[in-house]
Design a protein around this ligand. Structure first.
Ligand SMILES: Cc1cc2nc3c(=O)[nH]c(=O)nc-3n(C[C@H](O)[C@H](O)[C@H](O)COP(=O)(O)OP(=O)(O)OC[C@H]3O[C@@H](n4cnc5c(N)ncnc54)[C@H](O)[C@@H]3O)c2cc1C
Ligand SMILES: NC(=O)c1ccc[n+]([C@@H]2O[C@H](COP(=O)([O-])OP(=O)(O)OC[C@H]3O[C@@H](n4cnc5c(N)ncnc54)[C@H](OP(=O)(O)O)[C@@H]3O)[C@@H](O)[C@H]2O)c1
Length: 382
């Protein structure tokens, strides 16, 4: 991948035209996971399967308005931007500032402004109340705090100075440039949830889902992921484990390996909640299997039965075969949730090395470390 020959970068993102926004989840799914296609035409940008796209998003204007109302501001007030140049408050809140979750610095300032009218908050900010403070802040956003504490009055400039910078979000590419040289595909779960009686929207996933019309421009840059690459040799077998949106890079990998005529085996484990609702890109993967390029496909739908079945359970069911693939030099990839799934998949792999490979716990850990060092065990987890 080389962005060096183009003027486009994280600091100077390319305005990519959004060509496709389509739902992948069924109507009864708990998720709204969407497939996006962005045009790279005339950008000079290229990427590799395994890379991620950085999306430079903006905030929801309804939320900006709610904050302006709570601040008793019109939005026309001038505040300094990152270079100290004057900018309208409304624009700063729209494009530059993180306006959802409150930082401890913001809370401290709020308490100072509220004076004696927020004794409970003041108490929460004492050092021994860390846990209680965390609990209190769960699901509580800046707008709630402003509304709950009307005695805390900020000037436009004071307020903006207390906010963190809005940062781009990363998304794994779901396409191969060998198949789509002028396009990049993304697979994005739209973050929406309710807290404190309000609908909350993930900034970037709802920017893509709701606020960018098809045909308009999305500022993007490529984030190179050197540690999450296909094996150099097309004969090397690959095992891919992905849950939910974790399928994205594996779609890119499969497109690439098919395009290059790679002969190595491909084994995909995919996990979702319900087979009917959450089987992302089902037809594509089933076709690859029918065509013989996807050697093995194992799915785990957690909520189709009473007892949860996850990808790692499928790995354990096929432990002997999986061990054989590893011994034949397969590269092992994991993508998706970092907090639980990746850890549980790691534990399953560790256990397979003991039961099938006859290793002690220590030897199994060493084996995995060696795989990591040899770049045969690769994770893209978030
Ligand atoms: C390398 C990399 C690759 C990635 N690839 C993908 C990808 O391919 N597809 C994809 O969808 N995402 C991917 N992500 C995640 C993505 O970058 C964003 O983090 C995600 O889309 C959320 O961003 P957002 O701006 O929509 O939400 P934000 O505004 O950042 O809000 C998310 C936050 O909301 C809170 N939250 C979410 N749900 C709830 C809930 N139910 N209750 C209470 N609080 C909640 C949590 O605090 C969470 O951190 C990737 C991340 C990395 C680092
Ligand atoms: N950074 C973020 O905040 C972020 C990023 C991406 C997505 N999301 C949110 O996640 C939701 C959809 O995300 P998604 O498509 O990536 O995945 P998902 O649908 O939440 O999960 C995919 C599958 O993984 C299962 N799973 C849960 N715990 C597991 C574990 N320990 N080991 C293995 N599998 C496990 C799930 O089962 P069960 O659910 O049945 O337990 C489900 O079957 C959206 O609602 C979105 O809001 C948030």
């Amino acid at each position: 991948m080389s962005t060096t020959t183009t003027p486009w970068s994280r600091k100077n993102p390319f305005p990519a035209r959004l060509l496709v926004n389509c739902g992948l989840s069924g109507i009864y799914s708990a998720n709204d996971t969407r497939h996006y296609e962005l045009s790279l035409a005339d950008s000079g940008l290229t990427y590799e399967a395994g890379d991620a796209v950085g999306v430079v998003e903006s905030n929801c204007l309804n939320l900006v308005q709610d904050i302006l109302n709570a601040l008793h501001c019109t939005g026309d007030e001038l505040v300094p931007d990152a270079n100290g140049e004057p900018k309208r408050l409304r624009d700063a809140l729209w494009k530059d500032c993180a306006i959802t979750k409150a930082s401890p610095q913001f809370l401290q300032a709020l308490v100072e402004k509220a004076g004696d009218s927020a004794p409970f908050l003041r108490e929460l900010l004492t050092p021994d109340q860390k846990e209680a403070l965390e609990h209190y802040l769960e699901g509580l956003h800046i707008v709630d705090l402003l509304e709950e504490h009307p005695s805390a009055r900020f000037s436009a400039e004071e307020f903006v100075k207390l906010l963190r910078k809005l940062t781009p979000r990363l998304y794994s590419v779901a396409s191969s440039p060998k198949v789509h040289p002028e396009l990049v595909h993304l697979t994005v779960a739209t973050v929406r949830y309710e807290s404190k009686g309000r609908l909350r929207k993930g900034v970037c996933s709802t920017y893509l889902a709701e606020r960018v019309a098809v045909g308009s421009l999305v500022p993007i840059f490529f984030h190179v992921a050197k540690g999450f690459r296909l094996p150099e040799d097309g004969d090397t077998p690959m095992i891919m484990v992905g849950a939910g949106t974790g399928i994205a890079p594996f779609r890119a990998f499969m497109q690439e390996r098919i395009a290059t005529g790679a002969k190595g085996g491909h084994w995909l484990f995919f996990g979702g909640q319900l087979e009917k609702e959450d089987y992302l890109y089902r037809e594509e993967f089933e076709k690859m299997q029918a065509d013989g390029v996807l050697t093995r496909l194992n799915t785990a739908f957690s909520r189709d039965q009473e007892k949860k079945i996850y990808v790692q359970h499928r790995m354990l069911e096929h432990a002997a075969e999986l061990w054989k693939w590893l011994e034949e030099g397969a590269h092992f990839f994991v993508c998706g949730d970092a907090s639980k799934m990746a850890k549980d998949v790691h534990a399953a792999l560790h256990s397979i090395l003991q039961t099938e490979g006859g290793k002690t716990a220590e030897e199994a850990s060493k084996y995995l470390e060696t795989m990591e060092k040899a770049k045969r065990y690769k994770r893209d987890v978030y």
